[in-house]
Design a protein around this ligand. Structure first.
Ligand code: ADP
Length: 477
């Protein structure tokens, strides 16, 4: 199949979260299976182009979005998959991937238009167009309208993959002029338009041939008013086209046997390296090295979704009893950042906080911590709990979305299960799970079993890519 993927972030080039990991790994796996896969993303200013072997595909590509004219370039690199980078400093030289700037809608409309125009220029006729999240959710509508004349796209089926329903790209209807869709405005959701809004993600849900999200449980949850973020009626209306496919793990990047970011490699057979990494991790955060207490880890964007306020609420009791330590890596919400700075000041022997984004440090936390905290209020898939399992780092998760699909509650009597799963995303729920963790940690044999159970799990992309292939083959207009 010819497969076109369009995304706002792709690892390792530019990443803020799981979307990038998926777009870094799935196209590669599909290429391995023999498909011709092309991936488009913006050439953000923070991408280090000196390390990419870029060739020019198109120069001086003119694009007009309403009254705004742009001059773009398209670069390409690699073959399987072939990566295309859309170059336009006026749009993508902002220091960060996402902004609250008034042209945010144009930044990603440009990506969509240029991706399709480049397919035309390259005579690449996709069988499947996979778009991801709100930034590229208008592509199915563009194919049904502005690009419908072109036979090149006659066979193209579209899939919208939702990585997080809560980011919808909702703009005032005045942006309509910038979408070049004035003559097609009757295709837009009329009631919303009259109410003065345009919601990009909604139009992906309405017009894509298929809608997928990143775990089976989340696929069900988003069809309920509680987790539907206002779009649940539209998802329910398309329920037969909404599927959940769990993200895979890129085990080339996340395996304790071959992790180049950490001081010691280890495996289920020989765990000695884990202790070396734990020592290095504590040292990296300036923490003392107590003998018999677990080290808890957090790696996360700081947004309310992730439930990190609960960590700050629950963990002090653990520190008061000298029963555990905590290392935290993340940034975002200023109040949460302040909370963790404060926690670190209050418990300097127990808490290490690194504000920022660091892939090597994320690896060290996975490799060195004993347990990993993910009390997310909702979680479309979540990757860190799967990385944790592989590294023998026992995940503690709220039973929601992909967390529910990947972590099996520990049953001490049967010696089965891979982590601690709590029902309610509040301090009582998390506190209970942390208490269970401390108890299991004191039982050497039980803890060893838990680690082994987790390390033997397989969430590789190989299997998940096959499920995507089956879905692609089923898509119908
Ligand atoms: P989300 O996409 O909601 O952020 P996921 O768990 O799906 O959550 O993916 C998060 C990805 O981003 C993981 O690969 C995780 O390691 C990484 N990550 C998040 N925050 C940081 C950080 N501060 N430093 C390094 N990596 C991070």
């Amino acid at each position: 199949m010819n497969i076109l993927c369009i995304a706002s972030e792709v690892a390792p080039y530019a990443k803020t979260g799981g979307l990038a990991d998926v777009m870094g790994a799935l196209p590669r796996e599909l290429s391995r299976n023999g498909h011709d896969v092309r991936v488009f993303m913006p050439l953000y200013d923070r991408i280090d182009t000196t390390r990419l072997d870029l060739s020019v595909v198109a120069e001086h590509v003119p694009l007009r979005l309403g009254a705004h004219a742009y001059d773009l370039k398209v670069f390409a690199a690699g073959d399987s998959p072939r990566m295309y980078f859309v170059h336009c400093p006026a749009l993508y030289a902002r220091g960060s991937l996402y902004t609250n700037d008034p042209d945010e809608h144009r930044r990603f409309m440009a990506l969509c238009y240029v991706a399709l125009a480049t397919c035309q220029q390259q005579a690449f006729a996709p069988h499947v167009v996979q778009c991801n999240d709100w930034q590229t959710a208008l592509v199915p509508l563009l194919l049904k309208t502005r690009f419908a004349w072109d036979r090149l796209f006659a066979r193209a089926r579209t899939l919208l993959t939702i990585h997080n329903l809560n980011y919808q790209g909702s703009f005032p209807s005045s942006v309509l002029a910038d979408l070049n869709l004035e003559h097609e405005a009757h295709h837009l959701h009329q009631e919303l338009l009259r109410a003065g809004r345009i919601n990009f993600l909604l139009h992906g849900i309405l017009y894509a041939d298929g809608v997928s999200t990143v775990s089976p449980t989340y696929a069900q949850e988003i069809q309920t008013p509680e987790h539907g973020a206002g779009l649940d009626p539209f998802l329910r209306a398309r329920r037969s086209s909404v599927v959940g496919i769990l993200n895979g793990v890129d085990y080339e990047e996340w395996s304790p046997e071959a992790d180049a970011h950490v001081p010691a490699r280890f495996s289920a057979r020989d765990l000695s390296g884990k202790a070396v990494n734990r020592t290095a991790l504590r040292a990296a955060f300036g923490l003392p090295q107590p003998q018999d207490v677990p080290l808890f880890g957090v790696v996360s964007r700081f947004v309310s979704q992730k439930g990190l306020d609960l960590v700050a609420e629950v963990m002090p009791e653990v520190f008061e009893h000298d029963a555990g330590q905590l290392v935290v890596l993340g940034s975002g919400d200023a109040r949460l950042e302040e909370t963790f700075f404060h926690l670190q000041r209050a418990y300097p022997r127990h808490v290490g906080f690194h504000r920022g984004f660091s892939n090597p440090l994320a690896h060290l936390i996975e490799a060195g911590a004993d347990a990993f905290l993910m009390p997310s209020r909702y979680e479309p898939c979540g990757l860190n709990q799967m990385y944790s399992l592989r590294y023998g780092t026992v995940p503690i998760v709220h039973r929601t979305g992909g967390l529910a699909d990947t972590v099996v509650p520990w049953d001490a009597r049967a010696g089965k299960g891979t982590g601690f799963v709590f029902e309610h995303p509040d301090a009582t729920g998390l506190g209970w799970a942390v208490g269970q963790t401390l108890r299991a940690f004191r039982d050497r044999a039980a803890w060893h079993r838990l680690m082994m159970n987790g390390m033997s799990q397989d969430f590789s992309w190989r299997r998940q890519a096959r499920i995507y292939e089956q879905l692609f083959a089923r898509l119908e207009p």
